[in-house]
Write a protein that binds this ligand. Structure first.
Ligand code: 13P
Ligand code: SF4
Length: 309
């Protein structure tokens, strides 16, 4: 093939040439995390996208994340190494169905998890991520009814934390749904000292066993600060790359999925490869385009989130 021998070096020089920044999510493969300028959770990545002075953003994550970066930067080139890198949560919430759902609850304010399409964002009042969802819902006046979309697991968790009733859209993440409560309990018996860290996209039976629940960044910070030296990680195992780098003497065990598959890895996130990162920078494509009317409507709820975080 025409790929350079030294992909790391080639990516570094293309980055300079284009004045590009690489923003990566923790669920990306280790090599991609290692060449990123910034690695973070969805909120951190949005904040970086909102403040970057780069001309080009290469987003090593999934489509809704790159879309968010483009909504914040309509005049910049936003590259996504593989346009097929979608998300089951975003897919679970088609705009026409959601518009009907919204029309059935006309007095409700719409809070949408950032894991949704630009069209859904354009139909929303406020966007949230797993790191600020509780904080944002707490800022809504108690008499104001709320629709929360599209993740029912995060929605349930937020309802529990805030004591607020919310109307939930029935979506879920195919990765966080695969964790087996039974296997986590068995693992805990084998590793009684281990702390269980879980993402709020997990289902309630798994969350019940967690010592700590949070966004990817929050889980990483917790693991670093904890006195524990052993952890069971109930989220996509890509995060373990950074945990292990930051705490080489601690041990991180991926929570097992129900079947003997590697379906705790996000098949969308893992479509991105170092080769595709290189090719995207070299060819300045594939890139994200959003119709201006949707971009303008989707920007407001994202800005509200950034103000309320
Ligand atoms: P956070 O990194 O914001 O916790 O999101 C997790 C996730 O599933 C992203 O798709
Ligand atoms: Fe979507 Fe789940 Fe993959 Fe995150 S891990 S991108 S929520 S499918």
């Amino acid at each position: 093939s025409n790929l350079p021998q030294d992909l790391f070096g080639a990516i570094a020089s293309l980055k300079k040439e284009l004045n590009a920044v690489i923003l990566a999510h923790y669920y990306q493969e280790g090599d991609i995390q290692d060449i990123a300028d910034y690695i973070g959770d969805s909120l951190g990545l949005s904040q970086q996208a909102a403040s970057t002075s780069a001309d080009v953003i290469l987003f090593a994550g999934v489509h809704f994340m790159a879309e968010t970066a483009k909504i914040l930067n309509p005049d910049k080139l936003v590259l996504l190494p593989d346009l097929e890198a979608g998300c089951s949560l975003a897919d679970s919430c088609p705009p026409d169905k959601f518009a009907q759902f919204k029309a059935q609850h006309p007095d409700h304010i719409v809070i949408s998890y950032i894991n949704c399409t630009a069209e859904i964002k354009a139909l929303s009042d406020i966007i949230c991520t797993s790191s600020n969802a509780v904080k944002i819902v707490q800022q809504i006046p108690p008499e104001q009814p709320i629709i929360f979309a599209p993740d029912r697991n995060l929605g349930r968790y937020v309802m529990e934390q805030t004591g607020r009733e919310m109307v939930l859209w029935d979506g879920s993440c195919i990765v966080h749904e695969t964790f087996s409560e039974k296997k986590i309990v068995q693992l805990k018996i084998e590793h009684p000292q281990a702390q269980i860290l879980a993402h709020p996209e997990c289902e309630t039976p798994v969350l019940r066993h967690a010592d700590y629940i949070g966004s990817t960044t929050a889980l990483l910070k917790y693991a670093m600060q904890s006195n524990s030296s052993e952890f069971i990680i109930a989220t996509e195992p890509g995060i373990i790359h950074q945990m292990q780098k930051d705490a080489p003497h601690k041990s991180f065990i991926p929570a097992p999925p129900e079947n003997n598959c590697n379906c705790n890895e996000c098949p969308y996130m893992r479509l991105n490869t170092l080769e595709k990162v290189y090719l995207a920078l070299k060819n300045r494509t594939p890139n994200i385009e959003i119709p201006p009317s949707i971009q303008q409507k989707a920007l407001q709820p994202i800005q509200r989130m950034l103000e309320m975080s």
